[in-house]
Design a protein around this ligand. Structure first.
Ligand SMILES: [Zn+2]
Length: 80
């Protein structure tokens, strides 16, 4: 377990949250190719490094929270 800083509730146990996805830039719908859409929808970086992620605080404020987390150590350094 590790703790996640929710901007609405403060530092909370990660068991109160559900991991949603890595945060990534969405391609422009007017100009994106099918290959770019497939990559956006299905391909993940899955790096052993810092990642920007979205978590859902289901057992708290029920809002989506942006977090930077190190995938190896579960150290959290930012939330939006
Ligand atoms: Zn919250």
């Amino acid at each position: 377990m590790f703790r996640i800083p929710c901007p609405h509730c403060g530092w909370r146990n990660s068991a109160e949250f559900r991991h949603v996805a890595e945060r990534r830039e969405r391609p422009d719908p007017q100009t994106a190719t099918p290959t770019q859409w497939r990559a956006h929808l299905y391909e993940r970086r899955n790096a052993a490094d810092w990642t920007a992620e979205t978590w859902y605080h289901g057992f708290g404020c029920r809002k989506f929270v942006g977090v930077e987390r190190h995938t190896v150590t579960n150290e959290v350094r930012a939330a939006t």
